[in-house]
Write a protein that binds this ligand. Structure first.
Ligand code: BEZ
Length: 221
């Protein structure tokens, strides 16, 4: 498995770079810490900044939603471990929120470089707001970048994770604005035989030969 080149942005389908880093929960080797789960790795520009504080707290409030999906959260910024610890304490005191996931102290920017999180026209010292969705095989499945000034929608992060996991599990695509429980898209046929088989299917709704929807069975609870 070849990893993305350092400094470049790891692309969809590429193996996410591995790294060893100090975090608020101790030193980790990313591939071992991942432990065969999905990972949502997100960067934020800096500690003790207002937008980042709201994002960290909201990720923390939704931590159980990620755990339910067998996904682990991990944050990163170019700050020291002591700054991270002081900030987490401050968030606990001011907002009453404990941060249950690790924060990487990337003071030498090594991890940020590996994930292409530094965009010099935005800032040469602070990471932009990147989110990497990494599957259990450590392959990047989606990546989202926001600028310094605009906070992310954590519900959308969860929605995209649901969508990626549904595609991976059922080999389907998901339409615009898809939410769990909505119909999925069966990818278009690639040859005449597959087309004929598909059009004979009664378990899906055919809008046209290339556009077909299916209701997935609800998981038994
Ligand atoms: C913030 O998190 O509030 C922030 C960080 C860097 C630049 C602008 C805003």
């Amino acid at each position: 498995m070849s990893e993305a080149v350092s400094g470049a942005i790891p692309r969809i389908g590429e193996v996410a770079p591995d790294f060893v880093a100090e975090t608020t929960q101790g030193v980790i080797k990313f591939s071992e810490w991942q432990g065969g789960k999905w990972v949502v790795l997100f960067s934020h520009p800096a500690d003790f900044t207002p937008v980042c504080t709201t994002e960290l707290a909201e990720f923390a409030r939704k931590n159980d939603e990620f755990a339910k999906r067998d996904a682990k959260l991990i944050g990163l910024s170019i700050d020291s471990i002591h700054s991270h610890m002081a900030w987490l304490q401050n968030i606990k005191e001011r907002l009453g929120v404990e941060i249950p996931y690790p924060l990487i102290a990337d003071i030498d920017m090594k991890v940020a470089q590996k994930f292409g999180m530094l965009h010099p026209e935005a800032s040469s010292t602070a990471t932009v707001r990147a989110v990497f969705f990494i599957n259990p095989d450590r392959k990047v499945q989606a990546l989202v970048y926001y600028p310094l000034t605009n906070g992310r929608n954590i519900d959308e992060v969860i929605r995209l994770l649901d969508s990626l996991q549904t595609s991976a599990k059922h080999s389907v695509a998901t339409p615009a604005n898809w939410r769990p429980g909505d119909k999925v898209i069966i990818p278009p046929p690639r040859n005449v035989e597959a087309l004929q088989q598909r059009m004979a299917r009664t378990d899906m709704e055919h809008v046209d030969f290339y556009l077909g929807f299916k209701q997935l069975e609800k998981p038994s609870s």
